[in-house]
Design a protein around this ligand. Structure first.
Ligand SMILES: *Cc1c(COP(=O)(O)O)cnc(C)c1O
Length: 272
């Protein structure tokens, strides 16, 4: 939005997203799109899809959601009045960390417009092998998602009890502040979650991440294997001090045995 859309004189306003009044106040006469990501993929904040789509329709604004985290197994935003749903197919739809692709879903007239204009100019086309890999991944999607959900709940409960962990962010944790909304618009949760270490010492945070054996240190997620990434790697040098999120760690809970994953986390936590 900042580097690309600004070239076309398209401006934007960021809001937290959990307060409908804040969204309402951000609407301007030239507002065309409300772009959502629910839940967000580091801090897991939810937006109320029904309220936002009702508000948008009143103003003639289209809504787009990035639905990558929940997948179509756990969340169907079109049922809540959202116009366009996008997915990174590189994540759960493919499910094996071996392809890059994306999917846009919406009404025929919206998709046709995108296809005939933007897509023809700047879109990319997955090759037949990538398309085949996505189809192959989709066959086990529902089973993989059930397992990611079950394993994540186990890991969440393990982390919540650990004395070196301050807090855990997962929409289906019973103590999560937006659990009611999560249950209302989603049927379950995927494998991506965050937790905050009690320490704010960057050296300890680095030591913790480097003591992890089994989780791979990588950014993209949604595949069979477990991954870990500290939020601190997304920060610039001058953003490191006094940052509330400095000790936030994001993990992707893969399809492996959860005992193995908990032992790995436990050993690394012991090290700090
Ligand atoms: C990874 C990701 C993307 C980008 O997807 P790619 O297929 O890697 O280009 C977009 N949205 C979310 C929420 C993601 O996690």
């Amino acid at each position: 939005m900042e580097n690309y859309l600004s070239r076309f004189n398209i401006s934007h306003t960021y809001v937290e997203g959990n307060d409908i009044i804040e969204i309402k106040n951000a609407i301007k006469p030239n507002t065309k799109i409300i772009y959502l990501e629910s839940p967000t993929t580091f801090t897991f904040k939810l937006q109320n899809l029904k309220e936002i789509s009702t508000l948008s329709k009143k103003h003639g604004i289209k809504t787009i959601i990035d639905n990558t985290w929940a997948t179509p197994i756990f969340q169907n935003p079109i049922d809540y009045g959202i116009d366009i749903v996008i997915h990174s197919a590189s994540k759960y739809l493919g499910g094996h960390s071996d392809l890059v692709a994306g999917i846009i879903i919406g009404k025929k007239e919206d998709i046709r417009k995108i296809f005939e204009t933007e897509f023809q100019n700047i879109g990319t086309v997955p090759d037949p092998f990538v398309a085949w890999l996505i189809l192959r991944g989709l066959r086990t999607l529902h089973i993989r998602m059930e397992r990611h959900y079950k394993s994540s709940m186990e890991i969440v409960n393990f982390l919540k009890k650990h004395k070196k962990v301050e807090s855990v962010l997962y929409p289906f944790d019973k103590d999560y502040k937006q659990i009611q909304l999560a249950k209302k618009q989603m049927r379950g949760g995927s494998g991506l979650l965050s937790f905050k270490l009690k320490t704010r010492d960057l050296n300890k945070i680095i030591k913790f991440t480097n003591s992890i054996n089994f989780f791979k240190r990588a950014v993209s997620w949604g595949g069979y294997e477990s991954l870990i990434i500290p939020y601190a790697v997304t920060l610039k040098e001058n953003e490191l001090s006094n940052n509330e999120n400095i000790s936030l760690i994001r993990i992707h809970v893969g399809l492996e045995n959860t005992e193995l994953l908990m032992n790995d986390l436990n050993n690394a936590l012991k090290n700090i």
